[in-house]
Write a protein that binds this ligand. Structure first.
Ligand code: ADP
Ligand code: MG
Length: 246
């Protein structure tokens, strides 16, 4: 009952944040559009080759727009659309999408996927969470390094191999995904702020990536933990209770 009440309260709080951010976005986007139109109008009066100021303002407006979109998305994420999916396919898909960035940043990839199977989760949101973690890992290794992605099914009953148990519907099964990098790492203070919305150390960061990860994992009733050391790298572990499907 206490658990249920807490859940209802969380849902209510998230709904309020969602409404507020949608309203704020609406109020900000209109004047922003006016700035953009005005600045583009001035472009015609600029001498050729002298458009730097216009470009700076227009880029600034577009990055404000991006932050607003992320904020609205953060606010809107209040519930899940659960579907049965092949988790290996999903993770492989995300990896294909970042392959060229890994190559150009000189990052070596290691995969460790001993288990295969279908699981029930929100594919759009979960994919988004994994993508955010991998984007951060790439950003943390500007001079190359190693990215490791591991995924396994864990079963709480001991002495039985996970594959045997996880092929039947088992309420105590968990999906565990670890993403680790050998990048800049974080100190204790940075780790404490990591999930706070708008915390960023990047020039053009939104600071909403890890806040979103936390929210998505919470909605799946899972846990996210961080193991990081300044100068050595970071390991992000997501663990989600799972209904494994045969
Ligand atoms: N893998 C990582 N290695 C080092 N620092 C990280 C890592 N992931 C996140 N961070 C730190 O946490 C901050 C917040 O991350 P995030 O919420 O994704 O926002 P953003 O990427 O827009 O800055 C980053 O700016 C960075 O300082
Ligand atoms: Mg990020």
């Amino acid at each position: 009952m206490v658990e249920k009440e807490r859940e209802v309260q969380t849902q209510r709080r998230l709904a309020i944040i969602g409404e507020m951010s949608a309203q704020i976005a609406h109020e900000i986007r209109n004047p922003l559009q006016k700035i953009l139109t005005g600045v583009e109008f001035l472009r015609d009066y600029c001498e050729p080759g002298n458009e730097t100021v216009i470009d700076v303002v227009s880029k600034g407006v577009s990055s404000i727009n991006q932050v607003i979109s992320k904020m609205v998305e953060y606010g809107r994420t209040t519930s899940l659309n659960l579907q049965e999916i092949d988790i290996n396919n999903m993770v492989e898909g995300i990896i294909s999408g970042i392959r060229s960035r890994l190559n150009s940043a000189n990052i070596k990839l290691t995969k460790d996927f001993p288990d295969k199977g279908r699981v029930e989760l929100d594919p759009v949101r979960f994919r988004h969470a994994l993508q955010n973690i991998m984007d951060n890992a790439i950003d943390a290794m500007p001079n190359g390094g190693n990215l490791k992605v591991s995924m396994r099914f864990l079963c709480e009953e001991k002495n039985l191999p996970s594959k045997t148990l996880c092929t039947v519907i088992n309420p105590s099964s968990r999906l565990e995904i670890k993403i680790s990098d050998t990048g800049t790492g974080m100190d204790k203070e940075a780790i404490e702020k990591l999930f706070t919305p708008f915390y960023t150390t990047k020039v053009s960061g939104s600071g909403l990536g890890m806040a979103m990860v936390k929210k998505i994992v919470d909605l799946h009733k899972g846990e996210v933990s961080i193991n990081s050391k300044r100068g050595s790298g970071t390991e992000v572990t997501i663990s989600i209770p799972m209904k494994m499907v045969t």
